[in-house]
Design a protein around this ligand. Structure first.
Ligand code: GLC
Ligand code: CA
Length: 547
């Protein structure tokens, strides 16, 4: 793989630092812990690690409330420890991607401490301050993603400040050029330290309506639904003014890119397809000047049916601007885990889907061993999202439980008391046990990743949708003279594969069913939930005419 375009053809792995590996027994994962576990990522075969925020933080939102953008929280380590992590990751051939949180800071960030101190303060306009409505209430009807109004009243100066998330996370004012310059310097600070890019938090929400108009009612709202959905976010998300800012961010990372290493921007964007692909930033000259990878979360909410996924992949392929790099995400620290969403058997199929589609895959830590959501009793809840709106199933603790490494105490995660309880199955479901078991989820992930890396058709080839009938999703991946056929049975019944879809002398290159391997003899019938990647015998020797 060439150095400059690793993010197009490589695989990204997300680490939630609190939960990956604790190195000092305080029950909280840390940077030295991640460093100690890099070999797991190497043996898995991924290319880049994205770590959720590790900056100094009061931890109201576990690191997404940042009080200093240019340091490391002592709970996670030190700047020296961070440098050591970058160095060691690079020495092992891994890229390191940081989380960049431009929308808000912690209320304890010195910028906000200044801003709230007086209306005349030089940093007043770095945040979004408004007078109360005539009735003394919030300036408009905007809501916080975490419940309640997106505004909190500050007694000291008699105004409201905006917060799209917790009141402890005041929103920065990106219309202010000083804020932009300061935040670009933050990016440079980390780029100089060698990071390979950023995943940008809630990118679409960073600019708000200049007139602060009320959001309109959502016509699709159904009574009884989460009240957050009652209004559309017309005036506080995805404004046209975001795009030039994205282009500025891109120019900052491009300052640090050359023929040998390119730095990447990945955008966290929960948007409908046409809006999502706008973040590639196709300009009038046909150049993509936005984020290289606007996260594609479509699989996270998808109905688990072949026809539905087929449509979604085709629509995505059709919507991509010329030259844009596609990407796919199965899970993250905000959403239920894939193994819980679709069940353990289908999670194997999901792994094959993710690793054979056209586009950069992002894996969430623990999914490679089939970790599931862990029910957290009410008195152990950590996530403020759950605390603010209990009982709605919004809590994100279940998908953030400690990584299960071994059958040692606390699954090898910590020698202390883990900050969040472990899954009950950790004694059997862990990296060590699965490393010894050729039929395990981990073994499947390793095989699929190795296959993806070895086959240009998979990591850089084109995509062709096929029709297989039943509940089977079928497509071909074509590149460098090879054509691989992927067949995924989403159904609960056995599914015969039409012979016409198979190449001559079909050979199973991978299957989610450990028993299936080698040449296909006669008819191919997929078992329920089975997925296969089919190549053809002798292709390595190039005996087949190129396609
Ligand atoms: C993003 C993060 C989420 C966080 C929120 C506020 O959605 O992924 O974990 O709570 O932004 O920063
Ligand atoms: Ca620790």
């Amino acid at each position: 793989m060439s150095a400059d375009d690793w993010w197009k053809h490589g695989i990204v792995y997300q680490v939630y630092p609190r939960s990956f590996q604790d190195s000092n027994g305080d029950g909280i994962g840390d940077l030295d812990g991640i460093r100690a576990r890099l070999n797991h990522l190497v043996s898995l075969g991924v290319d880049a690690v994205w770590i959720s925020p590790v900056y100094p933080s009061p931890m109201a939102d576990f690191g997404y409330d940042i009080s200093d953008f240019c340091d490391i929280d002592p709970r996670f380590g030190t700047l020296e420890g961070f440098d050591a992590l970058v160095q060691e990751a690079h020495a092992k051939g891994l890229k390191l991607i940081l989380d960049f949180v431009p929308n808000h800071t912690s209320e304890r960030h010195p910028w906000f401490v200044h801003s709230r101190s007086a209306r005349s303060d030089a940093k007043r306009d770095w945040y979004i301050w408004r007078d109360p409505a005539p009735d003394g209430g919030p300036p408009n009807n905007w809501l916080s993603n975490f419940g309640g109004p997106a505004w909190s009243f500050d007694e000291v100066t008699g105004q409201y400040y905006a917060h799209s998330f917790l009141k402890e996370q005041p929103d920065l004012n990106w219309r202010n050029p000083e804020v932009r310059a300061a935040m670009y310097e933050v990016m440079r600070f980390w780029l100089r330290r060698g990071v390979d890019g950023f995943r940008i938090d809630v990118l679409s929400q960073i600019v708000k309506d200049a007139q602060f108009r009320d959001n309109p009612l959502n016509p699709d709202y159904v009574e009884g639904q989460d009240t957050f959905l009652r209004w559309t976010m017309l005036h506080n998300t995805d404004l046209p003014e975001v795009q030039p800012i994205v282009a500025e961010m891109r120019r900052v990372v491009d300052e640090f890119s050359d023929a040998h290493s390119s730095r990447v921007l990945i955008g966290e964007l929960y948007l409908p397809l046409p809006r999502l692909v706008a973040y590639y930033g196709l300009n009038a000259q046909g150049v993509l000047e936005g984020v290289q990878l606007p996260f594609n979360f479509q699989l996270i909410g998808a109905d688990w049916q072949a026809a539905h996924i087929d449509r979604l992949v085709r629509d995505y392929e059709a919507a991509l601007p010329a030259g844009a790099a596609p990407n796919w995400v199965l899970g993250n620290h905000d959403r239920a885990r894939i193994a819980s969403r679709v069940g353990p058997r289908m999670a194997r199929l999901a792994a094959m889907l993710l690793l054979t589609l056209r586009g950069t895959p992002t894996l969430y830590y623990g999914d490679e061993i089939g970790m599931t959501d862990v029910p957290i009793p009410a008195d152990e809840v950590q996530d403020p999202f759950e605390k603010n709106r209990p009982g709605m199933g919004l809590g994100r603790d279940p998908e953030r439980t400690p990584m299960q490494w071994s059958a040692d105490a606390n699954a090898g995660f910590t020698t202390g008391r883990p900050w969040l309880r472990l899954a009950s199955d950790w004694r059997t479901c862990n990296v060590e046990a699965q490393s010894r078991d050729p039929d395990s989820m981990l073994a499947l992930y390793r095989r699929l990743i190795a296959l993806r890396r070895a086959c240009p058709a998979l990591h850089r080839g084109s995509y062709e949708a096929l029709e297989a009938g039943n509940d089977v999703l079928a497509y071909a991946r074509i590149g460098e003279g090879r054509r691989l056929v992927v067949l995924l049975n989403f159904g609960a019944a056995a599914a015969p594969v039409p012979q016409a879809l198979l190449p001559r002398r079909p050979l199973v290159l991978a299957s989610t069913d450990p028993a299936r391997a080698g040449p296909v003899d006669g008819a191919l019938v997929l078992s329920p939930g089975e997925g296969v990647v089919i190549g053809n015998e002798g292709a390595e020797e190039n005996q087949d005419p190129p396609v």
